[in-house]
Design a protein around this ligand. Structure first.
Ligand SMILES: NC(=O)c1ccc[n+]([C@@H]2O[C@H](COP(=O)([O-])OP(=O)(O)OC[C@H]3O[C@@H](n4cnc5c(N)ncnc54)[C@H](OP(=O)(O)O)[C@@H]3O)[C@@H](O)[C@H]2O)c1
Length: 337
């Protein structure tokens, strides 16, 4: 008898959680997202070289597909080399562009980033568009072997290192663009500068959502500071792609049934990956963005984001803290100037 009441209460509780989650998602969809926004820009990219990180799935794959149709040499990266190869073959088959390449890149390792850049520089003579798209959100609160909190390294510190190491190539290929796939999640950040210091960060035991928001905030503010330092001819902008049902939302440890159900509901309510790629595509090709730098885009237009984005002192502090963190972890005398 008691067991049956407990079981009924448990089922009722689960139903309430599911209903509440769906109502909350509908609210977010209606209040935060616009429908059917498309990048209408037609420029082709023949003769250009584009590097896109995290091109094996989700928003990255669809961004890559659209850019590939415009005729550039396109290099996609991801952690899993097999997945990268499969994605490159899929892109060649669906776009007819045969100049598509793949490379393994693991942003959770500075050594890997440096080796990647060395190989990239030897293999490709130009770089016109760099899309820092790769990211994670459900990682455990652990340190990478570089001693940095995992999400912060993959989403912010390593893309910063990658960008700095590729600057000479971008400079030699001007006009060139650096596109940072950020997230509206940065407005939920719970961040102090000390959080770039891994020991402190691990001590705080923040949720994966907060650590994601913090990493996206740092990446966004770092982009603003980068825009002040770039030579004429190189621009950088950050963007929010929207909410899209991708594997970034679910932990590998998640129950497969819950995972599929969650992604199914998310997929029905929110943007498709093709829609989610539109602002990235726009940032890469829009003629209206020529010479536009240090901006934040959402729904294919320049938009407002967190107040910290316009805070000169704070963005400079993020720049300096990120730089010293990178320098302190590099084991060789890599030139970051
Ligand atoms: N989905 C959304 O609603 C949403 C909203 C706002 C912002 N974003 C941003 O959009 C970007 C793309 O996310 P998505 O939703 O398309 O997710 P996704 O499907 O999970 O794609 C993430 C990509 O990043 C790569 N990646 C993961 N860990 C990496 C590492 N350590 N080093 C290098 N690459 C790594 C993955 O490669 P593997 O497959 O080999 O792991 C994959 O190609 C992310 O920056 C994310 O923060 C997404």
């Amino acid at each position: 008898m008691v067991l049956s009441v407990l079981l009924q209460c448990g089922i009722l509780f689960c139903v309430c959680v599911v209903v509440f989650t769906i109502i909350f998602m509908i609210y977010i969809r209606l209040s935060e997202e616009r429908f059917n926004v498309k990048c209408k820009c037609t420029p082709r990219l023949d003769g250009k070289t584009v590097l896109l990180t995290g091109g094996s799935s989700g928003i990255g794959l669809e961004t890559a597909r659209n850019l590939a149709r415009r005729g550039p040499r396109l290099i996609i990266t991801c952690v899993n080399e097999k997945a990268a190869k499969a994605a490159a073959e899929d892109l060649i088959a669906t776009t007819g562009n045969k100049d598509i390449h793949y490379r393994q890149l693991d942003l959770s390792s500075f050594d890997n980033v440096q080796n990647f850049v060395k190989d990239f520089n030897e293999s490709f003579d130009k770089l016109h568009i760099l899309v820092n798209n790769a990211g994670i959100s459900n990682a455990d609160n652990t340190l990478t072997k570089d001693g940095i909190e995992n999400t912060m390294q993959v989403n912010h510190v390593a893309p910063a290192l990658l960008t700095l190491l590729l600057l000479p190539k971008l400079d030699a290929s001007k006009p060139s663009r650096i596109v940072a796939v950020s997230s509206k999640a940065c407005k939920y950040a719970d961040f102090t500068l000390k959080d770039l210091n891994s020991a402190y960060y691990i001590g705080r035991s923040l949720s994966s959502w907060k650590r994601y928001a913090n990493s996206k905030l740092c990446g966004l503010l770092w982009t603003k500071a980068l825009s002040r330092r770039l030579p004429e001819g190189i621009t950088t902008n950050a963007l929010h792609p929207g909410i899209i049902s991708t594997k970034i939302y679910v932990s590998e440890k998640c129950n497969p049934v819950i995972k599929s159900l969650f992604l199914f509901v998310l997929g029905k309510l929110f943007k498709t990956t093709e829609e989610g790629a539109q602002t990235s595509i726009h940032s890469c090709v829009s003629p209206h963005l020529e010479g536009v730098s240090g901006q934040y885009l959402s729904e294919c237009e320049v938009s407002k984001t967190v107040p910290a984005f316009e805070d000169f002192e704070y963005t400079e502090e993020i720049w300096k803290a990120t730089r010293s963190l990178i320098v302190s972890r590099l084991t060789n005398d890599t030139d970051l100037s």
